[in-house]
Design a protein around this ligand. Structure first.
Ligand code: FES
Length: 401
């Protein structure tokens, strides 16, 4: 169809036609009806029907809205009566689940995108959510969830979605994108990004290992060393510590990164005791391979250190730097001078609330420190065991003679 023309001539022609029609309608009122019939305009019955149709449509729409709201109310009531729990996500999305369902399971059942790198085993922390609302009625996190949350420096209102089964309606905000990687899980931690905190640091070293390695084939050296590392690593982890690194035949471990300094100090001492026990087991196991039992020296000290992820590429790991690290290493070296298995700083013993009055106390000069340092010397770290038990029970007592 050709577009309308608005040239002056056409506009004049339309105006003059309109005036002609107007004159005809004034001269003959029936002319208007003729035009309406010719143009197919609705008659009065049809107009009345259209008006009624409009009213019915409006009534129908209003009824549909009322029915929807009523159905929604009934559903909420039935869910409430059936004990269903509603989980609300950002942007108003919500799902209902039966009690006992974890938030992560709810997300997965209802196709809500939710990160879960470890598959819901409570290890990766990528599923963590912020709880929007009161925390009072939430089941408390168990020990392993607490540990992971501490590790990522989570705020009190953050929980692992895979571990939390809400007991009432709850609103949550997933904190990591659905495609989060394992690294993302722990990368957001304030602690991991670097902060100074008081921790306990343990250094351990095998005595005379250079001589041992010179007398053995490389295969035997690697075999013995790996068995030793495994035993010591397990002892450290069982005590709640983190193996920082293996350096030659030496070990550096950190305690208290995820908790308070007292727990860190106690964990460091507990690790020393366990390491001594595991060393005895290892010596008995490797009797045929060793010309003489392995001996170790352990130094443990506590103090402020800068803790964070450090390194490059695949060699990035959480570690600590600072004077406390150097001092701990020097305490370990001092075990040679004292012929002892374990040396701990008095500061660490005080922090752990361990009574060391019956043990050997010394003052030593430590390179880099102006004041002499008070230390406690243990010929055998296992002699500390009784004190550890008493301290854990909440009281420090004199050790048995
Ligand atoms: S899915 Fe890994 S901690 Fe929850």
């Amino acid at each position: 169809m050709a577009p309308p023309c608005f040239c002056p001539s056409c506009r004049f022609s339309v105006l003059s036609s309109g005036r002609s029609v107007s004159r005809l309608v004034q001269a003959d009122p029936g002319f208007r009806v003729d035009i309406a019939i010719d143009a197919g305009a609705p008659v009065s019955e049809q107009i009345a029907f259209l008006n009624r149709l409009e009213e019915w449509t409006l009534i129908g729409l209003a009824a549909a809205i009322v029915l929807t709201l009523t159905a929604r109310g009934i559903r909420l009531y039935l869910e409430h009566r059936a004990g269903m729990i509603r989980i609300t996500y950002p942007e108003g999305r919500s799902v209902t689940v039966v009690p006992g369902t974890t938030i992560l399971e709810a997300s997965q059942f209802h196709d809500v995108p939710h990160a879960a790198v470890c598959g819901g085993r409570g290890r990766c922390s990528t599923c963590r959510v912020r709880i929007n609302g009161p925390l009072d009625n939430l089941p408390p996190p168990d020990e392993s969830e607490t540990k992971v949350l501490r590790r990522v420096g989570a705020a009190p209102d953050v929980r692992l979605a895979c571990q939390l089964s809400p007991v009432e309606d709850i609103s949550v905000t997933p904190l990591l994108p659905p495609n989060a990687s394992p690294r993302d899980g722990f990368a957001k931690s304030a602690a991991m990004q670097g902060q100074e905190q008081e921790i306990a640091i343990l250094f351990a070293d095998i005595r005379g290992f250079t001589t041992f390695s010179e007398q053995k084939l490389p295969y035997d050296v690697v075999f013995v060393l790996n068995r030793y590392f495994r035993s010591m690593g397990e002892a450290i982890e069982q005590a709640g510590g983190r193996v920082d690194k293996f350096i030659g035949d030496g070990i550096m471990a950190l305690f208290g990164i995820d908790g308070n300094s007292r727990d860190g100090a106690r964990a460091g001492l507990a690790a020393a005791v366990k390491m001594s026990e595991r060393l005895d087991e290892l010596n008995s196991l490797l009797k045929a391979d060793l010309s003489q039992p392995l001996r170790i020296g352990i130094g443990v000290h506590a103090g402020p250190a800068i803790v964070g992820e450090m390194g490059y590429g695949p060699a990035i790991s959480v570690t600590a730097i600072g004077d406390t690290v150097n001092t701990s290493s020097r305490l370990e070296a001092k075990t040679k001078d004292f012929g002892a298995q374990l040396i701990v700083s008095q500061h660490l013993a005080d922090l752990a609330e361990i009574d060391t009055s019956a043990f050997r106390h010394e003052q030593i000069e430590v390179r880099g420190r102006r004041e002499p340092m008070s230390i406690v010397v243990f010929d055998d770290a296992k002699t500390l065991q009784a004190q550890m038990g008493k301290a854990a029970a909440g009281k420090a007592v004199q050790p048995a003679d």
